[in-house]
Design a protein around this ligand. Structure first.
Ligand code: COA
Length: 260
């Protein structure tokens, strides 16, 4: 699939989506938000894809957030419409049927960090810097940041980061649980691919259902969450892959899962 703002390729079952506006530090323009929708649809339709990695082009930024130059020319109504679309896209990432890894290769501010937070797992370059800096622009995070950040790092830390607008380095991000792992920039894509391959060895339906159980369960109370888990488990029981897993164990070989 061809897009001006996002590069997409499939590499051994791993879909790699690269935000591709390096001259604007991959800032999120209206065009990029639209393209993100089309690319996610294209990945969704690719049966060979088992995992998705999102990263940024240019080596300096993962994504510098909303395109502030474009924003300056938008009417209040246009800003509202943009935010609604942005929120839908990030929720699409969160609920994407494949596991999503954000490879945070540089600056991730505002909407850039919000996009990374919608992913399932974040790997960051040691040189990466992150922050929800919106209050400094007299706005608030509008792509899910006030909701996803406290869920990841706890309310106290989230309030500190959002109210100060502080930029933190990747070591601090690792310490507070905002990112899962850090590594040198030059290793980031390889480490992300390795993790994606490891995850991709699991049964596709199981991976999808595990995500659903965690995402939905975290938004409710424990008893309802346990019911959601049972429902998700039940969807794995009638699958061919479950039987293949048991057979492969018996035959002491790697399972070959087909997503059925
Ligand atoms: N929207 C639009 N353009 C942006 C942008 C954004 N969010 N962030 C950076 N750019 C543009 C710059 O204006 C500059 O354009 P120019 O060459 O026409 O002047 C170009 O990208 C390079 O930016 P620069 O600041 O020189 O790059 P850098 O590598 O030194 O720093 C950042 C990168 C991301 C740290 C820095 O640009 C920055 O802090 N951007 C603002 C991020 C922000 O506050 N986002 C919150 C949005 S709510």
């Amino acid at each position: 699939m061809k897009s001006d703002t996002i590069e997409y390729k499939l590499d051994g079952g791993i879909a790699i989506l690269t935000l591709n506006r390096p001259e604007a530090r991959n800032a999120i323009s209206r065009r990029l938000v639209d393209d993100l929708g089309s690319v996610l649809e294209a990945v969704d339709a690719t049966s060979e894809a088992r995992t998705l990695i999102i990263t940024g082009a240019g080596g300096k930024a993962f994504c510098a957030g909303a395109d502030l130059k474009e924003r300056a020319g938008m009417s209040p109504e246009e800003v509202t419409a943009f935010l609604a679309t942005l929120n839908r896209r990030f929720t699409d990432i969160e609920n994407f049927r494949l596991p999503v890894i954000a490879a945070v290769n540089g600056a991730a501010f505002g909407g850039g960090l919000e996009m990374a937070m919608a992913a399932d797992i974040r790997l960051a370059a040691e040189s990466a810097v992150m922050g929800l800096t919106e209050t400094r622009l007299a706005i608030i995070p509008g792509g899910g940041g006030t909701q996803r950040l406290p869920r990841l790092v706890g309310m106290a830390k989230a309030k500190e980061l959002i109210l100060t607008g502080h930029r933190i380095d990747s070591r601090e991000a690792l310490k507070i649980g905002l990112v899962n792992r850090i590594c040198p920039l030059e290793d980031l894509l390889d480490r992300s691919r390795e993790l994606a391959s490891e995850i991709g060895e699991g049964g596709p339906i199981a991976l999808e259902q595990a995500k659903i159980a965690i995402n939905k369960g975290m938004a409710t109370d424990l008893q309802s969450g346990l019911a959601i888990e049972s429902e998700a488990y039940a969807r794995c029981i009638p699958t061919e892959d479950r039987l293949e897993g048991l057979k492969a164990f018996r035959e002491k070989r790697k399972p070959v899962y087909k997503g059925r």
